[in-house]
Write a protein that binds this ligand. Structure first.
Ligand code: B12
Ligand code: SF4
Ligand code: SF4
Length: 224
């Protein structure tokens, strides 16, 4: 019930409830303000472009100050934390970074893709985490069965060869090669339309970001 209420409040604020788990010591969840361990973590974020318009209409999106999406996330998720007696956590706090991707993978719904991004069976590569709420008590969680990674059934794996500068490498993401390309004229397709490697993935096509959302994220890549 509490999770259902939280999901409703989060949706009203422009966020999807992405994952919920009871952390163990191996999850490296930070302690609560009173020193007690967090007994439930609830991850909040975006699924495709569905929530983008809420952020796009926010004061942060229009004020011209740096990091508008992070500042919007903090305002909205801090308010949810106050309302639901939880502590807010953010993926952008760091380094050291909080292990959001590890938390997201914990119940087996999402998996690491060759891009390093997590892949979801429905949303594909088109989802992100904007924050989490840490609770002092164990909230009852709906059962979520582990899902098979779509990458295991993807014979062609086009994401591995769709980057024009080969930034998707077996050893990791070549950030500088990507940034250099996207910052110059030959990289205009990535800059204005979004990452070509990500776009080549057949999973979650219905959740591709719209032009504004894609441009916002590619601008962030260029700014570094
Ligand atoms: C540092 C960082 C970057 C760096 C370095 C990324 C890199 N690949 O090395 C830079 C600036 C380059 C970057 C770029 C991007 N990032 Co980034 N980034 C982060 C950040 C802040 C920390 C990542 C980290 O170092 N984690 C280390 C520890 C803490 O992570 P962890 O949870 O234990 O999980 C790791 C393991 O699970 C590991 N892992 C486990 N098993 C395996 C197996 C394999 C084969 C691999 C490769 C990894 C792996 O993967 C995780 C490491 O990233 C996270 C937010 C966060 N707090 O997690 C976002 C985050 C990972 N980024 C994200 C995104 C979307 C991007 C971009 C697409 C940017 C954009 N414009 O939208 C690009 C894509 C780059 C790419 N192809 O990887 C999302 C990913 C969402 C998702 N679907 O998974 C995150 C979670 C932020 C968010 N708000 O949602 N990013
Ligand atoms: S293109 Fe295939 S291998 Fe690459 S992320 Fe998509 S499903 Fe996984
Ligand atoms: S944005 Fe373009 S250059 Fe960067 S990884 Fe994606 S396809 Fe490669």
């Amino acid at each position: 019930m509490r999770l259902a209420t939280l999901a409703r409040d989060a949706a009203a604020a422009g966020l999807a409830l992405r994952e919920a788990l009871h952390p163990t010591v191996a999850d490296d969840a930070p302690g609560l303000a009173n020193g007690q361990p967090a007994r439930t973590l609830v991850l909040l974020g975006f699924t495709g472009g569905r929530q983008w318009s809420v952020f796009a209409q926010s004061p942060e999106a229009a004020d011209g100050e740096p990091h508008p999406l992070d500042r919007w996330s903090r305002r909205v998720i801090d308010a949810l934390a106050r309302r639901h007696a939880a502590m807010a956590l953010y993926p952008s706090d760091g380094p050291p970074w909080l292990p959001f991707q590890r938390w997201a993978m914990r119940r087996g719904e999402v998996h690491v893709s060759p891009l390093g991004l997590l892949i979801h069976p429905e949303y594909g590569l088109w989802h992100a985490y904007r924050g989490a709420l840490a609770f002092a008590d164990e909230l009852p969680l709906p059962a979520v069965g582990p899902a098979r990674s779509p990458c295991l059934d993807c014979a062609d794996q086009p994401c591995r060869r769709s980057c024009p500068v080969g930034a998707i490498q077996a050893t990791g993401f070549a950030r500088d090669d990507c940034r250099r390309h996207v910052s110059t004229v030959p990289g205009n397709a990535c800059r204005t339309g979004g990452c070509l490697a990500r776009l080549s993935c057949p999973v979650g096509r219905a959740y591709h970001y719209g032009a504004d959302q894609a441009l916002f994220h590619m601008d962030a890549v260029v700014r570094g």
